[in-house]
Design a protein around this ligand. Sequence first.
Ligand SMILES: [Zn+2]
Length: 132
Amino acid sequence: MLMALCVCGSKKDYSVCCKPFLTGKAKARTVRQLVRSRYAAYAIGGHAEYLLQTWHPSTAGNIKRAQLNTSEFRWDSLQILGYQQKGNLGQVEFIARYKDAEGEDHIHHEISLFQRLKGVWYYLNGQLDNQR
Ligand SMILES: [Zn+2]
């Protein structure tokens, strides 16, 4: 089988990194895994289902499937700056770099909040910091 590094930047092979999450074979056990796999879902594209499944029910209401499947951006890299996990709450600060349709570079700097319900982690919401 061909080795392919996962797009999430873990330096692990995709098949043992984010693929089991994106294909529903495993659930993320940590908030870092969830951030990585959700980034991979955006970067690879066509994984709206996974993004919706991992969105907290209380904040997923306005999310449109079609929005999640667009490949308007080209995601270049993910960098996790910090993370905390306390009981069923988690927080991850990360920077994702991407190019827009015109090839301009952008930085998406977010502090994401997560909640674990019945043993499964969900993305609750995020606070953007794009001023840097
Ligand atoms: Zn990965």
